[in-house]
Design a protein around this ligand. Sequence first.
Ligand code: AMP
Ligand code: DBH
Length: 576
Amino acid sequence: MTDPTTPAPTTPAPTTPAPTTPVPAASDAPTWPADFAERYRAAGHWKGQTFGGMLRERAAAHPDRVAVVDPGDGPGTTRRWTYGELDSRADRLAAGLLARGIGRGDRVVVQLPNIAEFFEVVFALFRIGALPVFALPAHRESEIRYFCDFTGAAAYVIAGEHGGYDYRKLAAAVRADVPALRHVFVAGPDAGEFEPLAALSADPVPVDGPAPGDLAFLQLSGGSTGIPKLIPRTHDDYLYSLRGSNEICAVDEDSVYLCALPAAHNFPLSSPGTLGALHAGARVVLCPAPGPETAFPLIERERVTITGLVPPLALVWTEAAPGTPHDLSSLEVLLVGGAKFSEQAARRVRPALGCTLQQVFGMAEGLVNYTRLDDPEETVVTTQGRPISPDDEIRVVDDEDEDLPVGATGHLLTRGPYTIRGYWRAPEHNARSFTADGFYRTGDIVRLTPTGHLVVEGRAKDQINRGGEKIAAEEVENHLLAHPAVHDANVVGEPDPYLGERTCAYVILRAGAEAPKPVAVKRFVRERGLAAYKVPDRVEFVTAFPHTGVGKISKKELRAAAETAPGTDPAPLTES
Ligand code: AMP
Ligand code: DBH
């Protein structure tokens, strides 16, 4: 194996440090105590590798194998980048970033669709030790402004126009509000007032890269509070989760991974995802849209062997597969996760798609569970899998943090070699989200089967899981409260046959305020620059909220009201 810091033949040996801003202080986030770190190293989990080194090794071992296929947007626009090409593109972009003063420890908000440049950008950033902040294409001004501002981002990377949306306008608005944001780089043909990404490409320069224990990037949490949380992941810990995932999902250099979900999301990034595939020397095929009309022809053409979907999409694929003219026979494994996949839907996967289902229950904070390829069918369709690592510690506890017997339903706490010990720059929140001895409070309600598999039974966190897209109720409530006619607001999930859950906003209007139409309230939230998936599906005006015994608003009763009698005022529940 090559030393991860060994430069490519085109790169001179690392000598002078590049112009950089200081590496973030350790206090940006709690990390593993020394004895745990020692244990994880001794067990071989943390191997002392970086992402920059990983790509370098792959490129050296098989420069001409295809790494990334980007089908583009029409016939003749397919791009196929080999490992060698991806590696040298990352070097050249790294040089361009360094020349603009972006370096080790700097944060860069990356908001790219499923295009090849996503990998060029993140590997360039990995190589210089700058931290990608993984925004989703669905995010809008509210989220992006916050990410840029909170992380003190040096740069923001977008695709000019995509999916009918002009990200340059978003960038202009964000830059006006966040003066510290020095650069906006645009992938694609028309950068407008900003710098084209392609213009950064320069001859490789010596790079003072990150250490394996350094942060590699900041991933986003679905969150349950008004402010999104950022998840600090290191090279060593994330690479371990990739190796473990590859082994469990049998990803090797002959695999072809179709990235159908947004590439920046933790699931398609790492479970085993695009980075798992690249780690294995396999091929990544980017899918511009996740519906069968786009994905099925690509599966046939590129001989895709494995992909991952959220439950609503898995349902659509299983319905579409029997009637498709496309040959899906190359598909060996379908991973489904992000939200609970119903047993009935799980049973339909193999007959419809002819492949093995793997359920995956994961979180960007760390812990990932998979059903195994050789698990009995009943386990695969009725559980959400078991942890990657023998060193993943799982506790199922009651409301007082007391351990429950195996089989009992309670709160899932976890600690392990790839689960964070704290969010980035969030000490107060960390005190609530982690136990004193470092277990992450997942907010999920689970039970353990005798075989050690987890079954997700519900959620204790104030979050709506809208078909795999997580929505923090408080974040939406804060936007509703900004409406001049709104006195108070509560957002809860209600059952939806397709998404699993959708959002309902219960709103109390100000005395004397003219009642807006529900649709106007939705528009108000959207116009405040919130991602479309967070805009309430339904807005109900009510006169009061149900309360608990101690006078807190009862979200439980609100949820029950939404479930049993949509459209009725839940206030009477308290009066009975
Ligand atoms: P995040 O912390 O934003 O990465 O979201 C992770 C959360 O998604 C988990 O804590 C669960 O609430 C939910 N989740 C992910 N996969 C599954 C699954 N297979 N079944 C049920 N919930 C899931
Ligand atoms: O929902 C998730 O965040 C998720 C689901 C499956 C995840 O992070 C993962 C696998 O790694």
